[in-house]
Design a binder for this molecule. Structure first.
Ligand code: F6R
Length: 263
């Protein structure tokens, strides 16, 4: 895992957006894996701005979101489909039918979770997977003890995740406790992974995930098994890292396409 210490959360967002825009210029039909939550907001604002300035086009891009709450309608303000429209898709020139979400409504979810996986493969696989991380080390909604080879499926949310997300619900409003999420195995199939982590409350998880053992107890530690991960960490989130001096001296590298146009 390449740890990139950034001066601030905003500087991290700038680098992540730059990586995506560089890859998009090289491959207009890029397949992106996307996250929700507060972490990617700075990245999404930059992608929208690049599109508005005519510097980037998402017309041929396909996107696959990591997760969505079970049985929450798409119009619900807390649904991730709503979040993505509001924070990204409404500002892009990408056709709406290019945006895919895990199945969370209706019947036959098990089969449709497999269909979601199949669709990712049919679109050529995810070129760049964008990730945030929960303070319990979750990626997507792969909560601690998730199988490191898991695929898209229903997960029960951890108490800490529910608490962290309670701020989005009015008092007394029911908060979903189940979600459908890409698995850790699904995430690890992406060609390149960009993880962004900000804030002091994630410092312990960052230390475990980057410098601790691979363990389902800190699901993001599975990223150590992937050959092309960059982790963009702001100073409060990096506070407990033991090898900060080393990370500060390592050089960045650019995304390059191979002869077949793959990342
Ligand atoms: C949501 C997702 C989650 C978040 C994580 C961090 O799609 O994938 O794993 O990335 O819960 O959330 P924030 O960014 O709000 O701290």
């Amino acid at each position: 895992m390449k740890v990139v210490l950034t001066e601030s959360a905003d500087a991290g967002a700038e680098l992540v957006a730059e990586r995506i825009l560089t890859a998009l210029r090289a491959k207009p039909e890029l397949v992106l894996g996307l996250a929700t939550g507060s972490t990617p907001l700075g990245v999404y604002a930059r992608l929208r701005a690049a599109c508005a300035r005519g510097e980037a086009s998402f017309k041929h891009v396909r996107t696959f979101n990591l997760d969505e709450y079970l049985d929450l309608p798409a119009e619900h303000p807390q649904s991730y489909r709503h979040f993505m429209r509001e924070h990204l898709f409404d500002g892009l020139d990408m056709p709406r039918e290019h945006a895919f979400f895990p199945p969370t409504e209706g019947n036959d979810l098990l089969r449709r979770c497999q269909a979601y996986e199949d669709r990712i493969v049919a679109e050529g696989g995810i070129d760049i997977q964008l990730l945030g991380m929960g303070r319990n080390g979750h990626i997507g909604f792969n909560e601690p003890t998730s199988s490191l080879r898991s695929r898209t499926r229903i997960k029960t949310l951890d108490e800490r995740t529910l608490k962290d997300n309670a701020r989005f619900y009015a008092e007394g409003e029911p908060q979903p406790v189940l979600a459908v999420t890409m698995g850790i195995g699904t995430i690890l199939d992406a060609r390149k992974i960009l993880l962004q982590v900000t804030g002091a409350k994630k410092a312990k998880a960052v230390q475990e995930v980057v410098e601790g053992p691979v363990s389902s107890f800190f699901p993001a530690s599975a990223l150590q098994l992937h050959p092309r991960v960059e982790a963009f960490v702001d100073p409060p989130a990096a506070a407990l890292l033991r090898m900060r001096d080393y990370y500060a001296t390592t050089r960045g590298y650019e995304l390059k396409l191979d002869a077949e146009g793959r990342l």
